[in-house]
Write a protein that binds this ligand. Structure first.
Ligand SMILES: *[C@@H]1O[C@H](CO)[C@@H](O)[C@H](O)[C@H]1NC(C)=O
Ligand SMILES: *[C@@H]1O[C@H](CO)[C@@H](O)[C@H](O)[C@H]1NC(C)=O
Ligand SMILES: *[C@@H]1O[C@H](CO)[C@@H](O)[C@H](O)[C@H]1NC(C)=O
Ligand SMILES: *[C@@H]1O[C@H](CO)[C@@H](O)[C@H](O)[C@H]1NC(C)=O
Length: 365
């Protein structure tokens, strides 16, 4: 403080002081320029991307669910917000958590909805980003083969089979595994019936495929994607699916030390859940791609009942080692996941591209 005052009052010293900063600035710029030439391909579209790189980010991806309504019910607004955020965050791909086309899926790979609910909606900055999609219960009311076949007609739609996996090697050599499930055939309602009939899908086969896949994978950073959620923090919707807690959870538990998160849609809201407390696997619900559903808390006195029967997780409690919901919003929006060397950041954005929630978690190197 004393020195600074002196410097300011002494014009000669002040000049020297400024000179020091000019030299420092020059050196910094020189250093930046060297790094830029040495490490960054000239074709990089934005400087922001490079700044990210220097912070140690591996890659990012977006997740949107429950969307295909020909732009209506806020679908186009969410898509525009995705484009705004994509421009800033440069996602490597976009994941769809299903219910891609309402109400009855698509009828063929030439269905008009491919244009009116997908290609013409997710445009501008989203145009060149690949999508990896799972099927939702509404998709199961239409032609499933068409959603697979369209992968060959589209530059960006990817669904090689109704359930599949995607290994991703990051620029730091980290191995990720994304597993895309078809959850509807597990579900014991009319949609599940249709799924088992139309798709002739053997859900037992899918489970043994999953078990084999996780067993043989060496990745320590696995993301599981399915349409239906296992848990919820609301009693208003379907409250998570018991069938998945019975059939899927034992497999997820077995490999939980290597699974970073289970990501779903189905409920038309945005939620972050920790069914086993802060040290367990995170569950995210990204179902705000078009319509939203209200959220509802169980009354205080029946919380335990709702947890016991339906695994409804309490929201607004901060007991870190207990089942809990950290975030939920009945809002139109989507998630962005950013992966760093040893950290995951999950962000929720609204249809106005406003950041609603941000969560970070250490992940094993
Ligand atoms: C489903 O879509 C595929 C691809 O467009 C088409 O070949 C097939 O005929 C369709 N099935 C039915 C039942 O319409
Ligand atoms: C695609 O959909 C948009 C929006 O619904 C419409 O304006 C456009 O004419 C459609 N293009 C084709 C080729 O059908
Ligand atoms: C996509 O095209 C390739 C090459 O033509 C073919 O082998 C593959 O079976 C096609 N996939 C689907 C789902 O139609
Ligand atoms: C993976 O499968 C092998 C062979 O079936 C078995 O011996 C091993 O215990 C399995 N590993 C895990 C982690 O389940």
């Amino acid at each position: 403080m004393y020195d600074e005052e002196q410097l300011l009052s002494n014009p000669l010293k002040r000049k020297k002081y400024q000179g020091f900063w000019y030299i420092l600035l020059l050196l910094t710029l020189l250093l930046y320029a060297t790094c830029f030439v040495a490490f960054v391909p000239v074709s990089l579209p934005s400087f922001g991307r490079w700044l990210w790189f220097s912070r140690g980010i591996d890659f990012s991806f977006m997740v949107v669910g429950d969307w295909g309504r020909e732009g209506h019910h806020h679908q186009k607004k969410v898509a525009n917000a995705m484009a705004v955020v994509a421009r800033q965050t440069n996602p490597r791909f976009i994941i769809s958590t299903g219910d891609n086309f309402y109400d009855y899926g698509v009828s063929s790979a030439r269905d008009k909805q491919w244009n009116s609910s997908f290609e013409s909606i997710y445009d501008s900055w989203l145009k060149n980003i690949p999508w990896y999609a799972v099927l939702g219960n509404h998709d199961h009311l239409g032609n499933l083969t068409a959603q697979v076949v369209y992968s060959n007609r589209s530059e960006r739609w990817n669904m090689p089979r109704p359930f599949f996996s995607l290994p991703v090697t990051s620029r730091f050599g980290e191995e990720y595994l994304f597993v895309f499930l078809d959850t509807t055939p597990f579900i014991k309602d009319s949609y599940g019936e249709a799924a088992r009939r139309n798709g002739r899908q053997n859900w037992r086969l899918q489970l043994s495929w999953l078990e084999k896949l996780l067993n043989s994978s060496t990745s320590r950073r696995i993301f599981i994607v399915g349409h239906h959620n296992l848990y919820s923090s609301s009693i208003a919707g379907e409250r998570g699916r018991e069938e998945l807690r019975i059939l899927l959870k034992p497999i997820l538990d077995k490999y939980s030390s290597r699974i970073v998160a289970y990501i779903s849609g189905h409920e038309h809201s945005l939620q972050h859940l920790q069914p086993y407390g802060m040290d367990g696997m995170d569950h995210f619900i990204s179902g705000g791609g078009s319509k939203t559903d209200p959220l509802k808390d169980p009354p205080k006195e029946s919380r335990q009942y709702w947890y016991d029967c339906c695994k409804v997780l309490p929201f607004g409690l901060s007991e870190k080692d207990k089942p809990r919901a950290l975030f939920r919003a009945s809002k139109h929006g989507f998630f962005v996941f950013k992966l760093y060397r040893s950290e995951l950041i999950a962000e929720v954005y609204s249809q106005k591209a406003k950041l609603l929630y941000s969560y970070n978690k250490k992940i094993l190197p």
